[in-house]
Design a protein around this ligand. Structure first.
Ligand code: DSN
Length: 413
């Protein structure tokens, strides 16, 4: 992007130019990040940001809604088609407020919920004690087994014992496909709401590579900026019987005016995800993740669950004489962006854990394939082995940069 008008603000202009170079010259492996298309960027940067439109299409509290009503209805219809949803609310600002709205709609304060423990791969909004979710509801966390796989027998046992009102499934650092049917059956056995947070895998579901829980879960939420490759935001999908409660919880329960520019970006991203080519994209994300996982294993890396079914890999660094924080810093120095992460049954602390989380959605958007994953695994191995050798790290950074310049940065022209 030229940022032509932004040149008048020299400080922000310089920072944006520098960030463009960082994104262009490095490899993005944070599994929750991606590159939107130029069309999504245009919608998200459009004059729709000027508008207020509290309410829903046809029922707003301000005038001048003819165009935003049309845009919101288009976004809703496209999302319904993409996920086979009965009802969709496209207004949530992001994933955490969307999850807050789901709980606000369907629970009373103090009700019991079940979610995966954060350091086992869950999300802060799934019941972390210091988040609103942990403070407002009684949380019964479930966990992964020592081998990293979800302990579904524990989910069943805890549900029978605690009779939660809602069970949330869907994770931020779990590399395997989820047994939605078993979660649904467990929720049914205790009359709990079955809630899926598919933020990480929505693009793989929309691209028909992973099973879609929407047809048989009560409520499903996703962010739109991860594997979906859209603007930063979220949507909530639900059965018709929960529609009024969900809509009321989003507005006026928790939010004011919707971000109409972002809703337009969501509509554009849904149209892109409805194209047949999006299925090829989703398939390649998983092929790349499997190729990266195999290549890392060939360099002696231990992976939680020994592999992946998705876009995400969780490395257990305990056999590598390096912590997650040191690994993240060494990779930053060579232009590879990843994030330190806890592993199930973490022996260290969340600020300096034993894991490193990687994902392939962004690299795949850029056109990188299996051969690139071999190179990336070798660079990761070399960078971690050379974490205290500035000259070696600089040499790897130069290799990474010249490789990346062969893959244009999407959205930038
Ligand atoms: N921050 C997101 C992630 O990286 O997975 C979750 O909210």
């Amino acid at each position: 992007m030229q940022f032509t008008s932004l040149q008048q603000d020299s400080e922000i202009y310089a920072a944006l130019q520098a960030e463009t170079s960082r994104q262009r010259e490095g490899i993005e492996l944070i599994p929750s990040e991606n590159y939107t298309s130029a069309a999504v960027l245009e919608a998200a940067g459009s004059i729709l940001t000027n508008k207020y439109s509290e309410g829903y299409p046809g029922k707003r509290y301000y005038g001048g809604q003819v165009n935003v009503d049309a845009i919101e209805n288009i976004a809703i219809e496209r999302a319904k088609k993409l996920f086979s949803a009965e009802h969709v609310n496209v207004q949530p600002y992001s994933g955490s407020p969307a999850n807050a709205a789901v709980y606000f709609a369907l629970l009373n304060y103090g009700d019991t919920i079940m979610g995966l423990k954060l350091d086992h791969g869950g999300h802060i909004t799934h019941g972390l004690p210091i988040s609103f979710s942990g403070r407002s509801y009684k949380v019964v966390p479930y966990t992964c087994k020592p081998d990293g796989w979800l302990d579904m027998d524990e989910v069943e046992r805890l549900a029978q014992e605690h009779k939660p009102k809602l069970i949330v499934a869907g994770f931020t650092a779990y590399p395997r496909a989820i047994d939605w049917q078993r979660f649904r059956a467990i929720a049914d056995s205790v009359n709990a709401v079955a809630f899926a947070d598919i933020s990480h895998t929505a693009g793989l579901i929309a691209g028909k590579q992973l099973e879609n829980p929407t047809p048989y879960f009560d409520v499903v939420m996703t962010t739109t900026h991860k594997t979906m490759r859209g603007p930063r935001g979220a949507i909530i999908m639900c059965k018709e019987k929960y529609a009024a409660a969900i809509d009321k919880a989003v507005f006026p329960g928790l939010q004011g005016g919707p971000h109409d520019h972002i809703i337009a970006g969501k509509a554009v991203c849904f149209a892109e995800a409805l194209q047949p080519d999006f299925q090829n994209y989703a398939r390649q994300i998983i092929l790349n993740a499997k190729a990266l996982a195999d290549a890392l294993k060939s360099h002696g890396f231990k992976l939680v669950t020994d592999g992946t079914d998705t876009h995400l890999i969780l490395i257990d660094l305990t056999n590598k004489n390096i912590t997650g924080k040191q690994a993240q810093t060494a990779l930053d120095a060579v232009g590879i962006t990843a994030n330190k992460n806890t592993i199930p049954h973490e022996p260290r602390s969340p600020m300096d854990p034993s894991g490193l989380r990687l994902g392939t959605p962004a690299a795949t958007t850029r056109g990188m394939k299996e051969a690139a994953m071999q190179k990336i695994a070798a660079w990761i191995n070399d960078a971690l082995a050379s974490k205290d050798d500035a000259a070696k790290l600089q040499a790897i950074k130069e290799e990474v940069k010249s490789f990346c310049l062969q893959f244009p940065l999407p959205g930038v022209h």
